[in-house]
Design a protein around this ligand. Structure first.
Ligand code: TMP
Length: 218
């Protein structure tokens, strides 16, 4: 296993704008000579993408939803994330387990202790002392009311995007709780700012963490 692999995740409520920075992030790491695997959750493998369609479109109880999310994650870790980290690549992942605690846990009110057990099982890896976790999580923090305005009319909403603002208030609280519990891993990005300023925050945080040299990817 290489020590150089970097597992970087992007998180935030729907409409926070995180995904719009993926192109620039990928370009910046590539410009600095890194191989980049760009992926997402739920998804990232053929099986996990099939599960994603079910999770995003079908109504189901929160336990079923949590099990499907973690089943997709298990396949994704085994097929994509672990091999990439072992090669020393940068894994840029649009959402990971923090989203499960925020959406299924805080948003839908599902038992966080059960989610923690699933997290331990699914993210355990032979030869690893602790379950797999991202090295850095960029958390795009935006007030749910503003996120709803940004999303309005942008596209046909999926099951989660169609939820009321109260749901996203709980999801946002879920993210805040995860960030408080793992302050070293999380970087809070103030996503209410203009896009270029948000990008500046992202770049500055990654330079400060020592994983990027300041570049000019855009
Ligand atoms: P995306 O639109 O950012 O790709 O995310 C897909 C949706 O799935 C988003 O509304 C959040 C939701 N989701 C969960 O509910 N639980 C999870 O564990 C993950 C990864 C995503």
């Amino acid at each position: 296993m290489s020590d150089n692999g970097l597992f970087l995740t992007l998180e935030g409520i729907d409409g926070a704008g995180k995904s719009s920075h993926l192109d620039a992030l990928e370009a910046l790491f590539r410009a600095q000579g890194r191989e980049v695997v760009r992926t997402r959750e739920p998804g990232g493998t053929p099986l996990a993408e099939t599960l994603r369609e079910l999770i995003l479109e079908q109504l189901m109880d929160p336990l079923t939803e949590s099990l499907l999310v973690f089943a997709a994650r298990r396949d994704h870790i085994a097929q994509v994330i672990e091999p990439a980290l072992a090669r020393g690549d940068v894994v840029l992942c649009d959402r990971f387990t923090d989203a499960t605690f925020a959406y299924q846990g805080a948003g839908r009110g599902f038992d966080q202790a059960v989610l923690s057990t699933l997290e331990q099982w699914v993210q355990a890896e032979a030869g690893r002392a602790a379950p797999l976790q991202p090295h850095i999580t960029l958390w795009f923090d935006l007030a749910p009311g503003i996120a709803a305005q940004r999303l309005a009319g942008a596209r046909v909403p999926d099951k989660f995007e169609a939820q009321p603002v109260e749901f996203f208030s709980r999801v946002a609280q879920g993210y805040a709780a995860r960030a408080a519990a793992d302050a070293n891993r999380f970087v809070r990005i103030d996503a209410s700012q203009a896009r270029d300023q948000v990008w500046q925050q992202v770049e500055t945080a990654l330079v400060a963490r020592g994983v990027l040299n300041r570049g000019s990817a855009r």
